[in-house]
Ligand binder design. Structure first.
Ligand SMILES: [Zn+2]
Ligand SMILES: [Zn+2]
Length: 128
């Protein structure tokens, strides 16, 4: 796979060839069809958000097709067209998750910020 990678604050994105990512348990691999550019992506590239995980692949407005399925994924099949949002993962067990407010999760991951995003040929996403 190929990815556009941000390796340091303010650095230009650089194309890298990477080993194809394998979806873990509960995850899917998505072949990216398109990925928008959001103001938040610019904040990531300009290091205007805290705790950025370098190197990171930005991009969180992703549409693509599932092309790999991890264990225990029942909602998707290879070929499904899916969208991948900013909120990449929630724990499912903290008070906020249990009360239906997963946007406030204590241990979230964010696409293109703390988990690699969509400026790539493929990306990994939570199967949920
Ligand atoms: Zn956005
Ligand atoms: Zn949570």
């Amino acid at each position: 796979m190929r990815a556009m990678v941000l390796s340091a604050p303010g650095a230009p994105l650089q194309m890298q060839e990477r080993v194809d990512a394998e979806p873990g348990e509960g995850q899917v691999r998505v072949k990216v069809s398109a990925c928008g550019v959001c103001r938040t992506d610019l904040h990531v590239v300009d290091a205007e958000l805290p705790n950025i995980k370098y190197p990171i692949v930005p991009g969180h407005e992703i549409v693509g097709r599932v092309d790999g399925i991890g264990r225990n994924v029942t909602m998707h099949r290879v070929g499904d067209r899916v969208g991948i949002p900013w909120l990449a993962y929630t724990c499912g067990v903290c008070r906020y998750c249990r009360e239906g407010m997963e946007n406030l999760c204590d241990r979230p991951l964010f696409t293109g910020y703390t988990r690699d995003g969509g400026y790539a040929t493929h990306t990994i996403a939570d199967g949920r």
